[in-house]
Design a binder for this molecule. Structure first.
Ligand code: C2E
Ligand code: CA
Ligand code: CA
Length: 666
């Protein structure tokens, strides 16, 4: 599954939870603040507008006082008749006249009252200290309010049934024209009904808020539940109904990144049901998938807490296991594989397992370092790389990843990606290694050996890419390429009058499954027009273990077309002495292994001598490969070896250097 998809899902997942939580928090705070502000402002607005009209009356009393123009008796009579508690004081604060009970607080404050331009100088009432001028605005003693509310609902109603309102006084000041001050008591009436209305209102708003909250909570739970359901579907594998790869990466990384798991060894496995496709062909796809489910279930029952398995793709499973030591881990894996092999009593299956060991990293104090930057996809790829090394193997097997594998795998991929363009651009060069007659020192033949001159990767010997081509099948293209180039070179040299000798071309084992190989070779050489006797074909010894009948047929046909056929690397693998009696070969190439190491190893000399004799008896010529020293040349000459191909005479040479040699031979 793609990395972007995984990342997107993670992001969505995270955002969903975060957004719901944030919304809840935000709404909660918003509603609470709104309620408090609303109650405060609404109440203050109601009280302030009540006081305003009363304040007008006090101002009017000031006008009455001023209108009396110093006739204080007249003024006081008129003011007393208003029926309001008030007092008049001079600039020093001395009370000049008062009416009613003076419960005015000593300290006042300028207060901004709504819809009134001027600020009103206001004092609290010491008897009913509810409305207070404070910091330029009106505040309320809410605790007192609650007491009154109780009072009004219970006690008051029983004792004074006729009283259905409250009087909340506050004192305001009106300036007088003679410099004195008139301070009058103003009343804000709070009806019982108002209180009830207000309480009911607050309860309603509170209840609505609660309902909204509950609804939101339900929504949140439902969305979390739905998300869980959705997640389950999202993480379900289509084939096995178990967990899928995305779940493995997300869950696996969560586990691996945990601080407490830093001191636990983990291994990531790539488990493959070998020949799954064959099983599907022989049975059916649905039976194949049924098998995959059984594989997953079997592994699952053998896993411990904190371990997991998921279907990756095709017949691959990703597994995460914990271990204390490697032996114990491998024992467990082997037991699981043994169990899987006999999952069905009618079959014996094979499984390949690639293991990537995560191990524990420690800091300089010996503490385990959390795997903060672990990338499970990369680790699984490592396990896959290890598993890929088993591909040749039909039986159950397991391999463990090491870092050299990464480089190797990278190179394999590079070669595969570049092989076709390298062929098209003629980056593959033909080198010629001459073969000499040890008796006469005459040039008798050569072997064509490939080199890769890559503009990007430099000059590469066949060891770096031929085994890769043999595995990926590109080797057949290479064999044709080499054959064509050798045929072209030989034709050109012949036309230039050089003394051409037969050149052998390596034909890989993979080629022999083609029925018409002999005809393909004949036609390719004929298309160029090179005489067949100038081309020799080398077959590696190991090819003789495949279908021998087909091989014999191909060799006979090649010979009938006039090509020479040789057996390469004789003596390198299991002895193919037996094959010699049935296969009509022209040349036996003694493997270089015979001439490596101690030069006078008597036992080896006996074998070489006997091999040469045997070849002679069977009418075969012999070529000794890898000969580097004079003693060996002399020995081989004594034994009647026909040709020597080795560094003693020449290394593989570029085309132009080889051309110089055949020109000189002339
Ligand atoms: P091979 O067919 O057995 O080729 C002989 C190898 O032995 C060559 O290595 C050659 O350079 C080396 N050799 C010859 N004399 C000496 C010596 O005195 N001392 C030492 N140390 N080595 C010597 P090279 O060219 O690296 O080729 C290696 C293998 O790659 C070949 O083994 C052959 O199996 C494969 N190969 C090379 N070219 C081709 C090709 O065109 N097609 C195919 N199918 N395989 C090729
Ligand atoms: Ca060869
Ligand atoms: Ca060889």
């Amino acid at each position: 599954m793609s990395n972007t998809k995984t990342k997107g899902f993670r992001k969505y997942n995270k955002n969903n939870v975060v957004s719901v939580t944030m919304t809840m928090l935000f709404l909660g705070i918003f509603i609470a603040v709104f309620l408090v502000l609303f109650v405060m402002f609404f109440f203050r607005y109601v009280v302030a507008s009540g006081i305003i009209s009363e304040y007008g009356s006090v101002l009017y009393m000031g006008q009455v006082y001023d209108a009396a123009e110093g006739d204080l008796d007249k003024a006081y009579n008129a003011l007393d008749a208003e029926g309001r508690s008030y007092f008049i004081r001079d600039e020093d604060g001395k009370i000049l006249h008062e009416k009613g009970k003076n419960t005015c607080a000593s300290e006042g404050e300028y207060v901004t009252v709504y819809s009134y331009d001027d600020q009103v100088y206001m004092y609290a009432d010491t008897d009913v200290d509810f409305i207070r001028p404070e910091k330029g605005s009106i505040t309320f003693d809410y605790k007192g309010f609650v007491t009154w509310a109780r009072f009004s609902n219970k006690i008051n109603r029983i004792e004074h049934k006729e009283q259905d309102s409250f009087d909340l006084p506050v004192w305001v000041k009106a300036g007088l024209s003679d410099g004195n001050e008139l301070i009058g008591q103003v009343h804000f009436h709070l009806e019982n009904n108002d209180i009830i209305f207000f309480v009911v209102f607050c309860v309603c708003v509170g209840a609505l808020t609660c309902i909204a909250f509950v609804l939101l909570l339900i929504h949140m739970f439902r969305s979390v539940y739905r998300k869980h359901k959705l997640t389950d579907i999202f993480y379900m594998d289509d084939v096995t109904d178990g967990r899928n790869w995305m779940w493995f990466t997300i869950k696996g990384e969560q586990i691996l990144k945990k601080k407490k798991n830093a001191s636990i060894n983990y291994a990531i496995l790539d488990l493959v049901f070998v020949k799954y496709r064959n099983y599907c062909v022989v049975h059916s796809v649905s039976e194949g998938e049924q098998m995959l489910r059984r594989v997953e279930n079997f592994v699952n029952t053998n896993l411990y807490v904190g371990e997991m398995i998921a279907h990756y793709a095709s017949a691959n499973f990703a597994v995460m296991m914990r271990y204390t030591n490697e032996t114990e881990l491998y024992d467990r894996i082997d037991r699981i594989m043994a169990g899987l092999e006999h999952l069905d009593k009618n079959h014996k299956f094979s499984f390949h397992v690639g293991v990537d060991l995560l191990g524990i990293t420690k800091d300089q104090h010996g503490r385990a370092v959390p795997r903060r930057y672990i990338n499970i996809e990369r680790e699984y790829n490592n396990a896959c790389a290890a598993r890929a090394t088993l591909e040749e193997n039909d039986d159950s097997a397991r391999a463990t990843f090491d870092s050299a594998m990464v480089e190797e795998q990278k190179w394999i991929d590079t070669v595969r990606e570049n092989q076709q363009s390298a062929l098209d651009n003629e980056e593959f060069l033909v080198y010629y290694q001459p073969k000499y007659d040890p008796q006469t020192n005459e040039l008798k033949g050569a072997e064509a050996l490939i080199r890769w001159q890559s503009p990007v990767y430099g000059f590469k010997g066949p060891g770096a890419f031929i085994p890769i081509f043999e595995k990926n099948g590109f080797i057949t293209e290479i064999d044709h390429y080499m054959l064509r180039h050798v045929a072209m070179d030989q034709k050109r040299w012949l036309e230039q009058g050089y003394s051409c000798v037969p050149v052998s071309v390596n034909i890989s084992r993979a080629h022999f499954i083609e029925d018409d190989l002999a005809e393909q070779i004949r036609d390719a050489v004929d298309a160029i027009g090179t005489p067949h006797e100038l081309i020799e074909l080398e077959l590696t010894e190991s090819a003789f273990f495949d279908d021998k009948n087909a091989l014999v047929t191909t060799i006979k046909r090649l010979k009938s077309y006039g090509f020479t056929v040789s057996m390469d690397d004789f003596g390198s693998g299991y002895s193919s002495l037996n094959s010699l009696k049935d296969i009509p070969l022209d040349v036996l190439k003694l493997d270089a292994e015979f001439f490596r190491g101690d030069a006078d190893d008597k036992r080896r000399e006996i074998i070489v001598a006997e091999a040469i004799k045997l070849a002679k008896c069977l009418n075969m010529r012999t070529v000794a490969e890898g000969v580097e020293v004079k003693e060996q040349v002399d020995f081989l000459a004594d034994q009647g070896c026909d040709m020597i191909q080795g560094y003693y005479f020449a290394k593989p040479l570029p085309g132009n250097e080889y051309e110089d040699r055949i020109r000189q031979e002339k």
